[in-house]
Design a protein around this ligand. Structure first.
Ligand SMILES: O=C(O)CCC(=O)C(=O)O
Length: 199
């Protein structure tokens, strides 16, 4: 198994570390196929009083009782871990030392699916959460910027892992912007802690 060295220099002085080849191509392909079968939902979100479709599909798996509310609007109720997702969670916990008890999936069906600037600072994750973000399928641009600062671009590759370290969600924002390029599906799995619940 690949060992991550979390004591190496963080990527570009940002509170993240990027591992482009975290999974082998065979592992990434197999996981992508598994993820295609997950229970994807089209959720609705209320923004300034208007209800709209979230511009991507979402799914959530995790420990019992770990419901996840974001933007004060979308409540996600975790399904029990699949064996493959639980194995991946344990592998990421072992090599990072961070604890995760939910995984939130995002499926970007094409270049119009996206996620705007935000920080993952929901109370349910506790104080200064670490988040591990695994990418599969099409490469998309991921941007990270200090609040009020300039963005740095990452191109998140098939089988890559991006760790957002504790503190990142208080000092930085991130997004996956829309693109006019022809891109096919990208699946992203974000492993997160949850202050409640337990297996
Ligand atoms: O798709 C990604 O790489 C980012 C996902 C994300 O920002 C989130 O789930 O909060």
């Amino acid at each position: 198994m690949q060992q991550l060295n979390l004591f190496e220099e963080p990527t570009l002085d940002l509170p993240v570390t990027y591992y482009p080849n975290f999974l082998s191509i065979e592992e990434a392909n197999e996981l992508y196929q598994h993820c295609e079968q997950l229970e994807w939902q089209q959720n609705q979100i209320k923004i300034v009083g208007k209800i709209m479709s979230v511009p991507r599909l979402e799914c959530i798996y995790g420990d019992k009782g770990c419901e996840y509310l974001y933007s004060n609007s979308v409540l996600l109720k975790p399904l029990p871990w699949t064996e493959k997702l639980a194995q991946l969670r344990d592998r990421i916990i072992t090599i990072t030392g961070y604890k995760f008890n939910i995984v939130l999936g995002n499926q970007y069906r094409n270049g119009q699916d996206s996620m705007g600037w935000h920080a993952d600072n929901e109370k349910s994750m506790g104080v200064a959460p670490a988040i591990a973000s695994l990418s599969l399928g099409s490469v998309r641009k991921f941007q990270l910027k200090p609040i009020g600062g300039k963005p740095t671009d990452f191109w998140l590759e098939h089988g890559s892992l991006l760790i957002m370290h504790p503190g990142c969600q208080s000092t930085h924002l991130h997004q996956v912007p829309k693109t006019k390029k022809m891109v096919s599906t990208r699946i992203n799995l974000t492993f997160r802690p949850h202050a409640g619940g337990g297996r």
